[in-house]
Design a protein around this ligand. Structure first.
Ligand code: URA
Length: 482
């Protein structure tokens, strides 16, 4: 253990203030080292021998340790217990000494627990007056309703002893069939069995509970239940000085704002047209322009007839339906020329798409495109928006034989990403695409698009989630998830 440290670090570590606050104290002559005025913030002091005074009071040095534990179920949140295994028992024996958990999770609850020997910090984190936020993921028996969300937000009367402070409930998924819900709940207090009692009060039972955040700290997804690691300097600083920590939910924090529909997701697959880019109108214009060349008016039901099928299938459909004498290759080549211009100049990315792609990259979640569109066009679109590097695989209508609603394009994308279909999340804008994702055994988020607005009810029925645009993912509310 290092005994020589900078004076400003010594004082900041002991909670005298932030680095800049203690530098100011040193500058103003309020700090002495062994009776002499401190020379400056960078002065090295010996934590074991030197006597440091600040504002006339001695500041002793205690070597604090801080660990983040992913608590498994079945262990007690206590330092020691005669009969049961405790969370401190999970820490390497040589490090245990005076450690204790900063707060409690029920024996069957999992997730983020801070293990430390810093009593003052633990006290701050647990003080009811500090309103430190904690986010839990919960699986609940019963269908969580919008009334529950409102009741939680208004401060729920749990029982005679407890009226909870306002809590934010974000519904991830409700299955009326299975009578279960998945939610995120954010509370700012930590009464005994609080989350379980809150759900009990609205007639539901928590069947699984995992703490994801505590103040500015987020559970490290790399920690398996029972594993722990030391907190980083930044994390310790953010706990001690939460006012200086990055805004929760900001991308820098590596977190979605509040709802994590990426939970249990190893890979994300995007449809292109209407999902990632606003392009459905492009094809309508191209079809009209193309048929116009042959003097054929565009049938009203054309878009519906070719919805989701591959480019080759569409060319065959055109050839057969409109008696076009050009070869399939020629038809596709003409479309590609026309589409190249439309796509690269007139098809913007959907709202929040770039932010979401950056976020996925940040979380190292691999992404693929699975589209019925052509290879060249897909590549050109990705290039024109500068987003090629966000995709580890691109599967197009030219790579597969059966278009959506057959699952082939999604299964191929998952295979190229080396991801299990059940751990993939698909973003899709048309019912056929959502069906394809379901047939591939993947979760699916339906994306609003003007051209399929008339099918919104069906999209909501078929998909697991519904978003208006990608910004919704960063701030979903119950209304959008219904
Ligand atoms: N609320 C609960 O009900 N249990 C926990 O472990 C934490 C919060």
């Amino acid at each position: 253990m290092k005994s020589l440290v900078r004076l400003d670090k010594y004082l900041a570590d002991m909670g005298i203030g932030t680095r800049s606050q203690v530098k100011e104290k040193i500058r103003r002559g309020l700090v002495t080292v062994n009776g002499a005025l401190a020379k400056g913030p960078e002065q090295k002091v010996d934590t074991q021998k030197d006597t440091i005074l600040c504002d006339g009071a001695q500041v002793g040095y205690v070597h604090y340790e801080y660990y983040m534990l992913n608590k498994p179920s079945g262990v007690l949140s206590a330092a020691r217990d005669k009969h049961a295994k405790t969370v401190v028992d999970l820490i390497d024996e040589k490090k245990r000494k005076d450690l204790f958990p900063a707060g409690r999770l029920d024996k069957d609850t999992q997730g983020l627990l801070i293990i430390t020997n810093d009593g003052p910090l633990a006290h701050e984190l647990l003080s009811p007056k500090k309103h430190v936020s904690k986010v839990y993921y919960a699986r609940v028996e019963g269908c969580v309703s919008s009334q529950d969300v409102r009741d939680f937000a208004c401060g729920l009367k749990v029982d005679e002893e407890l009226t909870a402070r306002p809590a934010r409930l974000t519904v991830i998924h409700v299955s009326a069939e299975e009578n279960i819900s998945e939610v995120l709940i954010e509370i700012q207090e930590g009464k005994f069995h609080q989350v379980k009692r809150m759900f009990q009060a609205v007639g539901k039972t928590v069947t699984f509970l995992k703490r994801l955040t505590m103040g500015p700290l987020h559970l490290d997804p790399g920690l398996l239940p029972g594993q722990y690691r030391s907190l980083t300097e930044d994390e310790i600083r953010s706990l001690k000085h939460p006012e200086e920590a990055a805004r929760p939910g900001s991308l820098e924090n590596g977190r979605l704002k509040d709802n994590d529909l990426l939970m249990d997701v190893d890979a994300v697959i995007f449809d292109l047209d209407g999902t990632l880019i606003d392009s459905m109108g492009v094809w309508e214009s191209i079809d009209e322009e193309y048929l116009g060349r042959f003097g054929i008016p565009m049938p009203e039901d054309l878009q519906e007839a070719i919805s989701g099928i591959s480019v080759t299938q569409t060319a065959i459909y055109f050839k057969e339906t409109f008696g076009i004498s050009d070869s399939i290759q020629e038809i596709i080549s003409d479309w590609n020329d026309m589409a190249m211009e439309h796509y690269t100049n007139r098809a913007p990315l959907k709202g929040g798409a770039l932010l979401f792609l950056k976020y996925l990259k940040h979380r190292q979640i691999p992404c693929a495109i699975a589209t019925s569109n052509s290879r060249d066009l897909t590549r050109a679109v990705l290039e024109s928006h500068g987003i090629t590097r966000y995709f580890q695989a691109v599967v197009t209508g030219e790579d597969i034989h059966k278009g959506k609603p057959e699952p082939d394009v999604y299964l191929e994308a998952a295979a190229r990403l080396d991801a299990r279909p059940s751990r993939c999340l698909v973003f899709e804008d048309i019912p056929y695409g959502i069906m394809a994702a379901a047939r591939a055994g993947m979760g699916c988020a339906a994306v609003f698009d003007t051209f399929s607005a008339g099918e919104d009810d069906e999209k909501r029925r078929l998909a697991d989630y519904y978003i208006r645009d990608y910004l919704d993912i960063f701030n979903q509310t119950y209304e959008e998830l219904k």
